[in-house]
Design a protein around this ligand. Structure first.
Ligand code: FNR
Length: 384
């Protein structure tokens, strides 16, 4: 707890997470695809933006409340889906969902999560989103839609940037195995992190909890489950499948992985209510632009109505202010909340969210903008 309080920012929590996690697990968290060009640009794009403050404005209070996918939120931030969250801390997705709910922020559970969506639906009172794929077996996707309706989820997030897995060379170099197993090469790394190893390596906790019922031969071990789900990724998914999903769900639906104004427009035309500009945290198509660099053009193309979320590279509250000034509805974070989770479980996620909120509110105050609705293009400029 003391340690968490000593963290002044996301970077400090990253340092703490690095100390707590075995090397292959930290590398899995940090890594991007190929040369990690997109990964590094995601954050760099924010640093290239300058904030142009208004002065002599009454900023004695700042209004930060908004709605994301129709759900009221304390400020414009959501928590992105991350698979296998249990690898980073035994309390996994439940800890993240509870902290997000306390901060009044939406949390999106991944299909590849390690907690059943029904269990998560009951954790905390915050807005709940579920990240879905259109699998080869459309029946599996339809089953998820029905389960999300029954469990009271507020929205679906369809990830579309994963027809195949990105090329993550760090995972091969570090000898990562999924799920993590004790092998000769991982032994030293795990031995150096006994508390992590104890809580993480016991039992069958690494099951993909939401799909495990689909595999008859679970006795064959969790790897068969990974093989099964790996085989479900469909390279033939098209806009027609999106129309099908939108009709099936008939509620707030965001397409995650959209990068261009044309695809954002097509997403809305096919039944989505919003888009999440994302290159999967630089983990899929290397060379894809930074989401922050696409906000203005996408907003100009699809107008004010749909939600536009900027996902990737957010490490400071000021990054959210910049994204909003460019036209985003909100930002989304992946690695930052995992740093907190790995550093200190639910309290660690709490710490990350508190730090980012304080930074966001302070930046709004210093920029002389007392209401997020008043943020606009005139507050931001690309460094020439
Ligand atoms: C992810 N991401 C992801 N996205 C998704 O749609 N489904 C998933 O299961 C996962 N899993 C996942 C695991 C890990 C360890 C990471 C780091 C990321 C991508 C994630 O939702 C988000 O797009 C990025 O993390 C955003 O970039 P930052 O905030 O990490 O820079």
């Amino acid at each position: 707890m003391m340690q968490l309080q000593r963290a002044n920012n996301v970077a400090d929590l990253r340092t703490q997470a690095r100390r707590k996690l075995p090397h292959p697990i930290f590398e899995y968290l940090e890594g991007g695809a190929d040369d990690e060009v997109s990964l590094s640009r995601n954050s760099a794009a924010f640093r290239e933006l300058e904030l142009l403050p208004d002065v002599l404005v009454d900023v004695s209070s700042v209004r930060t409340e908004t709605t994301i996918f129709g759900q009221p939120c304390r400020w414009p931030l959501m928590l992105s889906p991350t698979g296998l969250t249990r690898m980073f801390h035994g309390h996994a997705e439940l800890a993240v969902a509870r902290a997000a709910a306390r901060h009044g922020l939406p949390y999106c559970l991944s299909t590849m999560g390690t907690t059943r969506l029904e269990e998560l639906g009951q954790a905390g009172s915050g807005p709940k989103l579920f990240q879905i794929y259109i699998f080869k077996d459309r029946g599996l996707t339809a089953e998820f839609v029905a389960r999300c309706k029954d469990a009271g989820y507020h929205g679906l997030v369809l990830t579309v940037d994963t027809p195949v897995a990105g090329n993550r060379e760090r995972d091969r170099a570090s000898g990562l195995s999924l799920p993590p197993r004790l092998t000769l090469s991982s032994l030293l790394s795990f031995a150096l992190h006994p508390s992590w190893s104890l809580q993480a390596l016991t039992g069958s906790k690494f099951d993909l909890a939401n799909v495990s019922h689909r595999v008859d031969a679970l006795a064959a071990g969790p790897m068969s489950l990974f093989d099964y789900i790996g085989g479900q990724f469909d390279r033939a998914v098209t806009w027609r499948d999106l129309e099908w999903l939108a009709a099936e769900w008939n509620g707030p639906l965001a397409i995650k992985g959209v990068m261009t104004p044309a695809d954002a427009e097509q997403s809305i035309n096919c039944g989505a209510t919003g888009v999440i500009l994302s290159n999967h945290g630089g983990r899929q198509l290397d060379g894809a632009p930074a989401p922050a660099d696409q906000i203005s053009a996408v907003r100009a193309r699809i107008g004010d109505g749909p939600d536009v979320i900027c996902d990737g590279g957010v490490r400071r509250g000021s990054d959210v202010v910049k994204a909003l000034a460019l036209g985003a509805t909100a930002c989304s974070i992946g690695r930052p909340y995992i740093y907190g989770l790995a550093a200190g479980g639910e309290a660690g996620v709490d710490r990350v969210l508190s730090l980012l909120f304080e930074e966001f509110e302070r930046t709004m105050t210093l920029a002389g903008v007392p209401d997020i609705a008043a943020l606009g293009q005139r507050h931001v400029r690309r460094r020439s």
